[in-house]
Design a protein around this ligand. Sequence first.
Ligand code: TRH
Length: 395
Amino acid sequence: MLHSDESNRSLALFCRVVDNFGDIGICWRLSLQLQREHGIAVTLYVDDLGSFQKICPEVVCNTAVQRIAGVTVRHWQTQVAVFAADDMADIVIEFFGCDIPEQYIAAMAAARPQPVWLNLEGLSAEAWVEGCHGLPSPHPRLPLTKYFFFPGFTEKTGGLLHEAALQHERRKFQADQAGVQAFLARLGATPHEAAALKVSLFCYPHAPVAALFSAWQAGDRAITCLVPEGVAVAAIEAFLGKPARAGTTRTCAALTVRVIPFVAQADYDRLLWACDLNFVRGEDSFVRAQWAGKPFIWHIYPQDKNLHHVKLRAFLQYHAAGTQSLAAATLCWNGVACHDDGQAPAWPGLWQSAQADLPASAFAADAWERRMLANGDLAANLLRFAATLRQARVQ
Ligand code: TRH
């Protein structure tokens, strides 16, 4: 265990599950790391235990308080709970501007010393992030200040979530080919499929899955696409011709699609490590793909007025380590700069180039990983930031 600053003994993390699994995925990962690597007593307040259970099967739904892997999990059901100043943690984090209870804020203001209050923001490669990382936001009424903490891709941001042992575990897993095959077999893959190019598919329902599948079917290389249950269901069922339940599979020409269970978070990492190419989405799987040492194609969470296109381009520009063909496929996957009439996307050509570039893309993935590791990890950066704020108060 790493040693934390003495004044960072307890931490409360508030997570509202807006949509999908990313919010709780990130908060759970951060909670675990703070507890395991820094010995911090973490209380995770989460409003949706059902979504939490999907990524962490140990979660018991309809339970007010439970302890999982050393983390206290509280079902956040109401905004009107009463909190006392003595209940306060040393650090309080609200994830992505989720509205934490007024009573809790009042108790923070009354506590002595006051906790360090941070808003952990969403990930973006846009240039403005560096300027906003660490900015204070004084409370409009109370003598209390919240600080913005931004994850990011540069040393002037909070960095990316990354556990200390991650690289070691990943390399050990990937070096053991028999173990990799056994893992894939547990998900239902047959030895025959294991010889094919393995692709994991995690995307939003509007991704051009049908066009990609057509290109894969017509390709010269056998492909096994492993898709967790519940992902892009309509498109997967259209290909399968039946309900997309775990265990369902269909082979058509060069493509085999296999529905696998939606696995626990640690196994999702292994899935990314086991595949040759990963389609990921949102924020957390997107970051995990960057630690897998494998090429990936990102489906960004859609925003109004196509704001996400700006974010996507900012990342691709910065991620110049990736190959051009993969960047082109990523743009097309997100509906940006697709030169087609909507009926016949240019996927065959895009895929051919991307496939040819996979070895170069894997090489680039390693370089990118080294570059990101140099920014430190988000959990340690966050604790350092909290300690600095506290020190500044004392002076
Ligand atoms: O679920 P997402 O679409 O989450 C998104 C993003 O976080 C986005 O930024 C946010 O604004 C939006 O939700 C509301 O994708 P993401 O971020 O990749 O999170 C998925 C989580 O699910 C991640 O922690 C990995 C986990 N997962 C598993 O544990 N097992 C699985 O089988 C799969 C496919 C995913």
